[in-house]
Design a protein around this ligand. Sequence first.
Ligand SMILES: Cc1cc2nc3c(=O)[nH]c(=O)nc-3n(C[C@H](O)[C@H](O)[C@H](O)COP(=O)(O)OP(=O)(O)OC[C@H]3O[C@@H](n4cnc5c(N)ncnc54)[C@H](O)[C@@H]3O)c2cc1C
Ligand code: FES
Length: 277
Amino acid sequence: MIIPLQTRLPKTYRITSVKKETEFVTTMTFPVSLGARPGQFIMVWVPGVEEIPMSVALDDGKKLQITFFAVGETTKTLAQLKKGDLVGLRGPFGTHYEWKPKQRLALVAGGYGAAPMFFAAANATAEGCSLEVFIGARSKEHLLYLKEFKKLPRTTLHIATDDGSEGFKGFNVQLLEKVLTDRKHSKSTPFVDQIFACGPERMLVSVSNLSFAKKIPSQLSLERYMKCGYGLCGNCVVDPLGIRLCVDGPVVKNETCRKISEFGKCHRDGLGRKHHC
Ligand SMILES: Cc1cc2nc3c(=O)[nH]c(=O)nc-3n(C[C@H](O)[C@H](O)[C@H](O)COP(=O)(O)OP(=O)(O)OC[C@H]3O[C@@H](n4cnc5c(N)ncnc54)[C@H](O)[C@@H]3O)c2cc1C
Ligand code: FES
């Protein structure tokens, strides 16, 4: 197998803009297109620190964006970089969300999952799809990408916050279930053709169960510790299927997700040790 240089070695780009979305979340723009599709990820090398996986928040053929939480050493260092500083990128890697033109899609996003979901939403609406978007966060200050979603055509936005500070009080998946049930009673079924989800794994487990119960196909974005990103190191293998989530994921169909015994239960760290969720 020949692995292209762009895959193996990061190329450095100068940051063209830095936007603070919230106290802990930053969106960074680079003057390059890597030809990424919604749901794919790239490896981001922060010189002097580490290389980490990030979902592509936008790749419009001219520029590429990432949106990230400053949680540890690498992301905190990245958040301090300024316009003009150099960051290494390689990729894109993995699978992406798939839809057909003019389909009706429910998009479920928690945390920074709102960023790749917006990328999917922008491309899907450009292909005539209509969207029901369910954004969830702890409280209203943590809601991401609302303004951007509101500008999209044929898009209805549903907001859920754990504390009820904006929209529905509770989880976004509970709100999706409520809307699915209400629409069923109004006989406007089938309400959506597919469900896409990106966010914390406990949210994905709820989406998986709901999608299974309602017999609506879904595609979920699963995260595992990534090192190489192109299927070589084996760090992102999941039990018992043995699939590598950097190449067979991160976007996985629900039928496959439900066969992953560790889904929602545990994951491996950088040394391959299991940690329970
Ligand atoms: C496919 C994929 C897409 C991602 N997309 C985004 C995104 O769009 N925005 C965002 O904020 N975060 C994203 N992440 C998570 C991001 O990679 C971690 O938050 C980041 O690596 C943390 O690094 P750190 O040094 O700041 O924190 P650390 O303190 O080193 O790590 C904090 C936690 O992040 C996770 N983590 C650390 N290194 C890795 C790694 N190499 N691979 C996977 N997880 C790791 C571990 O669970 C760890 O406990 C994504 C992860 C994956 C696997
Ligand atoms: S990250 Fe190396 S095989 Fe997936």
